[in-house]
Design a protein around this ligand. Sequence first.
Ligand SMILES: [Zn+2]
Ligand SMILES: [Zn+2]
Length: 178
Amino acid sequence: MLDVYLCEKSKKPKQPHFGSCRCEPKGFECCGNNCDNRLMKMECVDSMCQCDDRCTNRRFQKCEWCKCEVRPAGKKGFGLYANETIRRGQFVVEYVGEVIDSLQSQRRLQLEYKGSKKFYIIRLEKDLLIDATKKGNIGRFVNHSCDPNCQSEKWLLLLLYFYFYFVLFCLNKKKKKS
Ligand SMILES: [Zn+2]
Ligand SMILES: [Zn+2]
């Protein structure tokens, strides 16, 4: 599932400088914690990595998210719950929605979402936001917690376009709390 860009093409993230990581295609942990791309929070693609199928830094591309489901979460309405044991550092879910700029966001907040508590906007960078209110995935049901078991991170994937993703990495608890 991909984000839908509603703002100008020029507002897409700029292409950073890409080089190849120095990982070698050996063993089971190719492109593990010491991979240059991983450290920069960038997914590997063939032009940036020599590890091919052994590369473990292609989680978005290989759809390696966890089994989760949306369930009622008391006062918070609904929340996202894990249906399997999640290891520390595992990729849980992607936050998908319409990508809009600040002006579109202000317009939506003032006109369309005024008086409503049900909007799901996350800022990607200065003038890029993801709005999962109208179009999105289960990532929007992750709730805030003062004792969180996940954190969001912004990752870059180079394919035809440059997409930033917000993902949640489980910190070390079996059940992902909403
Ligand atoms: Zn690597
Ligand atoms: Zn790699």
